[in-house]
Design a protein around this ligand. Structure first.
Ligand SMILES: [Zn+2]
Ligand SMILES: [Zn+2]
Ligand SMILES: [Zn+2]
Ligand SMILES: [Zn+2]
Length: 229
């Protein structure tokens, strides 16, 4: 079966559409990113290792983020970031692992520098009931100063994958929870602006607007799926 092309994303600095593979190359020549690096270099922030991470839903590769994390920050900061941008619904437990459920837990108090090395992949588990599984691959690192005062900077993020209305196959903007929980056919829970208006289901509340998160609909997750900073 031919593979679907990778869902592209947008550079967080200039907004240009980038392929998942092309993020690193784009950042190297992105003038806005280069400006941010230049002003970081002139700042009084400490020189340290900065880790380039590729974050991806373990099962739905349409959802991905590229992040830069300072080496002195703990994994707890990354957990906070993932909750804010993708995951948080009702304060569930979470953990980092190497190897997933069967693997080893990596404590959130560990610092990035103590855990990361290029090529390593961590799996983050959020909610041990309806679990969201997220892979964090360490792509590369640089030595320098952080571009912001925060422990993590967003480099690029996937574009909202296109969902199609179950009634008319036009682009959808809404999800019906009742269809989501009870549909027999995968994907038969999205609705367009027109078909959402006369959709009969309210057992799990009104349909919700789609947000750019792989957790959409799971445990009632409805966003906002915005970066915390
Ligand atoms: Zn750019
Ligand atoms: Zn929940
Ligand atoms: Zn429709
Ligand atoms: Zn429905």
């Amino acid at each position: 079966m031919p593979r679907r092309p990778d869902n592209p994303g947008a550079c967080a600095y200039c907004g240009e559409i980038v392929t998942k593979r092309g993020v690193g190359k784009h950042l190297d020549k992105c003038s806005k990113r280069q400006e941010a690096l230049a002003s970081a270099a002139a700042s009084s922030r400490p020189v340290e290792k900065l880790w380039h991470l590729r974050v991806q839903d373990a099962y739905d590769k349409d959802f991905w983020l590229d992040l830069e994390m300072i080496g002195s920050a703990s994994l707890g900061k990354l957990d906070n970031y993932l909750r804010a941008i993708w995951l948080e619904c009702c304060g569930h437990l979470s953990m980092f692992t190497i190897g997933g459920w069967q693997g080893d837990e990596i404590a959130k108090s560990r610092k990035a520098n103590a855990v990361f090395e290029p090529g390593i992949t961590l799996r983050h588990l959020y909610d041990f009931g309806t679990t969201s599984e997220t892979d964090i691959k360490v792509v590369a690192f640089r030595e320098g100063r952080a571009t912001t005062k925060h422990p993590i900077a967003l480099l690029a993020r996937n574009r909202m994958p296109e969902m199609l209305c179950q009634e008319c196959d036009q682009p959808a903007g809404w999800l019906c929870f009742e269809c989501f929980y009870e549909a027999e056919e995968p994907g038969a829970w999205f609705l367009c602006d027109e078909h959402v208006t006369d959709h009969p289901h309210t057992e799990y509340g009104e349909p919700i607007a789609l947000v750019n998160s792989p957790r959409l609909g799971m445990c009632g997750y409805d966003g906002p799926a915005e970066p915390p900073y």
